[in-house]
Design a protein around this ligand. Structure first.
Ligand code: BTN
Length: 303
């Protein structure tokens, strides 16, 4: 049985930098710091000062890690892969920018699957789950035309160290699932996937044409499920998640109508079929959908 410490070796800066040319863009530099408050906060500041896109900032430890909806992201030093990337998606129409955190989610899921064989999947918009437990979260924030996408993956966090966050999802880690990996490898794979999708979207922003919609649907644990969506304004909608639209919004069929959800917390609920009708366990009610303009379609509760 391997020990958590085996997977908490400091990240290998020289090796990661050597890998840079193999990505063929957009990544220009990988900076690793032993400790910072939040890699997202740092990159937002750097973006405001005009830093060009492509910088990746990784922290061995965050002392003020942030999650969606004002939540915190907490992890012991070296136990999680915590990093942010700075993008300036000038070639992407604004309506398609909410895809960036979704693409980061796709990259995280496919990398975990490839390196561990675990059945990671996406809870809309970009929580990464294994067996219904949250292993990774993503926070995207804008600073002018720049977008900072931050990713946190629980790698060697032990069961004792994992605490459920206010979002209510039970947490897990790759170690807790029995397949820890070295964080360098995971970082390389996530950057490779995110970078490829980013370049593809910049060349052709239609998510259907480039197979992005199909890939998201394939990895989604939400589409086809009964959901209750808690909206940023405190309202909620219960219904059937039928798909994702071209702008990355979740489509929810509820009370005879179709809702497009731009941001919110999704809770998966169980469906039951009765006499040819689909019934959801949970409360119902037709409410207005309030989009959340300050977030880039990110939003996955930390926990
Ligand atoms: C969530 O699940 O609510 C999102 C969590 C995002 C955590 C990552 S860790 C790296 C980056 N820096 C932060 O402060 N947050 C993100």
């Amino acid at each position: 049985m391997s020990s958590p410490q085996d997977y908490r070796e400091p990240l290998d800066a020289a090796r990661l930098t050597e890998e840079l040319p193999s990505f063929n863009g957009p990544w220009t530099a990988i900076e690793i710091v032993p400790q910072t408050g939040s890699t997202n906060t740092d990159l937002l500041e750097w973006a405001a000062r005009g830093l060009p896109e492509g910088v990746v900032l990784v922290a061995e430890e965050q002392t003020a890690g942030r999650g969606r909806m004002g939540r915190s992201w907490v992890s012991p030093p070296g136990a999680a892969l915590t990093f942010s990337v700075l993008l300036r998606p000038e070639a992407l129409p604004p309506a398609r920018r909410p895809w960036l955190p979704l693409v980061a989610g796709i990259g995280t899921v496919t990398s975990i699957r490839m390196l561990t064989g675990l059945e990671a999947e996406l809870k809309w918009p970009n929580d990464v789950l294994i067996g219904g437990r949250k292993v990774a979260g993503i926070l995207a924030e804008a600073a002018g035309n720049a977008i900072v996408v931050g990713i946190g993956v629980n790698v060697s966090t032990t069961l004792e160290e994992l605490t459920p966050g206010p979002g209510g999802l039970p947490p897990t880690s790759l170690l807790a699932e029995g397949v820890p990996v070295h964080r360098d490898l995971l970082l390389i794979e996530i950057l490779r996937s995110l970078g490829q999708w980013y370049k593809t979207m910049a060349a052709e922003p239609d998510p259907q044409r480039i197979g992005l919609l199909a890939q998201y649907h394939k990895l989604s644990a939400t589409v086809g499920r009964g959901v209750r969506v808690e909206l940023p304004g405190g309202q909620s909608i219960s219904g059937l998640a039928t798909g994702i639209d071209a702008d990355g919004q979740l489509l929810v069929e509820a009370d005879g109508g179709m809702y497009q959800i731009a941001a919110g917390d999704v809770i998966h609920v169980r469906l039951a079929a009765t006499g040819g009708r689909t019934v959801l366990y949970g409360d119902f009610g037709r409410r207005a959908v309030a989009p959340c303009p300050h977030e880039q379609g990110s939003d996955a509760g930390a926990g």
